[in-house]
Design a protein around this ligand. Sequence first.
Ligand code: SF4
Ligand code: SF4
Length: 169
Amino acid sequence: MELDWEQIKTAPSYFCAIEAFRVFKELGDIVIELTNYLQEQGYKAEAHHPFGGKLLFPYHAVAANIGIIGQLGLLVTPEFGPRQRIGIITIDADIPLNRKKRDFSEIEEFCNNCGACIKFCKAALEEPVEKIKGSGVISRIDRSECIERLIDDNYCSICLKICSLGHPK
Ligand code: SF4
Ligand code: SF4
């Protein structure tokens, strides 16, 4: 679900914080409602709320052909750059995997040559780190430092504002 640009462009601000939680709530409600529906149809289904959970959302989104991992470690899509939240439902249904692979080369090239989020994020690490050893899951964000910025600086979100891939087209 997209985070509204008119709010995000004011980051860091109360408007931005409110928008972040609006999307957590609205998307979370949809994920739960849809999961309940699937369960009523007889599937084993589990909701993974966008506010947290046991899955690494960006990497599942990449596997689902939604976007790429940007330099900071966030999901970046052609539609909204990093300016979105993801919810996931896991299910025991047979889901066809024959979707055509999308071409992300344009945003990949742009991102590789950009680095703006690394420059402006106060929680950016010098070097990328593997989140879980041996997993290949890479991030440049010091999670504790980022949470401090979220709490102390009106939900920060500079990374969402600065990325020109997420600016209105
Ligand atoms: S700000 Fe630049 S480096 Fe960061 S995710 Fe966006 S395009 Fe990539
Ligand atoms: S919210 Fe702020 S501190 Fe956290 S990753 Fe984005 S720019 Fe960095």
